[in-house]
Write a protein that binds this ligand. Sequence first.
Ligand code: FAD
Length: 406
Amino acid sequence: MVGIIEPIVVVGAGHAGFQLASSLRQSGYDGPVALINNEPFLPYQRPPLSKAYLQGAGEPDTVLFRPDCFYAEQRIDLVSDQVASIDRTARKAIFASGNSLGYRHLVFATGARNRKLQLPNADNDDVLYLRSLADGETIRRRLDAARRVVVIGAGFIGLEFAATAADKGIEVDVVELAQRIMARVVSPLISAHFLARHEIAGCRIHCGRSVECIEAVDGRLQGVVLDDGRRLAADLVVVGIGVVPNVELALDAGLPSRQGIVVDEYLATADPHISAIGDCALFSSPRYEAPVRLESVANATDQAKCLAARLTGNPAPFDAVPWFWSDQGKDKLQIAGLNTGYDRVVVRVTEGARSHWYFAGATFLAVDAIDDPRAYMLGKRLLEAGRSPDPAALADPATDLKTLLR
Ligand code: FAD
């Protein structure tokens, strides 16, 4: 009798899920792979949704990872459904449609969802969020008719959106609870640089302020009222106040989940047949000696590659240097490493470029580079090599950065 080989079931077809399915094939895995997609599009890239796609450049097809034929060619079974629960004893995924699928290994690549605003009128049709291609389609269409927009939250996505809207000639107000923009991820120096750039581009940014309520008359949005009583008129509100990892499936299946699905340095959950990767995973980081959950394309794809290697017989701990980017207006910000715990910043300014290098004592932690891909790349390579450059050499614009690697 020939036994049936159960598939590797990947729950979620975002950056992590798509990369895992592709990397399994690239690593020579020949068995069945099921990639579960609960969105009404073929798997696609999210970053353009707040950048080029929002500008109006291109159809939904332009953000797809791969065309339809790729999945058949690679023998990746793209299943359009939503996983409703996991039966760990029977090793089965149960779908919203009522179907079920056995697995030899199951991977949570369920990502994250937008944190929702809890305010009166927050459910108004003119209050929008940006996470999915469907959201991107709606916002892009609505932006064409908008004249005044209020953005709630000055994180990467809120600011990328604000820059695009301002570029289209729309009046933009950004409201941020923290005292500075992007406070969760960048240093005060970078916040100050980008604040000035956004203000020059015409955005009005209100830091240290919260939205008290959203005003609507007969269902028609009027604007928002701030905690200091000011009214900001708007015909569209876009909310970018962070995300919540999708951990409920794992939690309901009895797997430890806190601010993410808990996995070890091999990205394995407490169940040897289940792993988690990407935005939803809280992983035990050897590099930072702490549980870490990252929200970035690089993290999702690097973790997918690491897991594909383990599932095909080449296990290694996940220890990639984190990296991020954000395009805001004409400025490109690239970050390598995490600057948590820094006590010194070395600023390097060369013609048209600027980078900030973060140290704790003599230990190099991270670099933020603005329109300076060389500084970013070199900083990343130094971090990968576990080396700390000489701060005085870094600060000197005459230093050829390449010499720091020798
Ligand atoms: P996701 O891409 O969110 O994919 C998870 C998928 O799982 C989703 O399709 C979800 O619907 C699905 N899912 C959830 N539950 C189930 C279920 N029960 N059954 C089936 N499917 C399920 N990062 C950068 O590094 N640089 C950028 O410039 C950048 N720009 C961004 C711009 C926007 C507008 C957004 C929204 C994000 C951006 N990011 C950026 C973040 C980046 O896109 C995420 O970190 C990345 O998508 C994480 O990949 P993921 O696969 O873990 O999650």
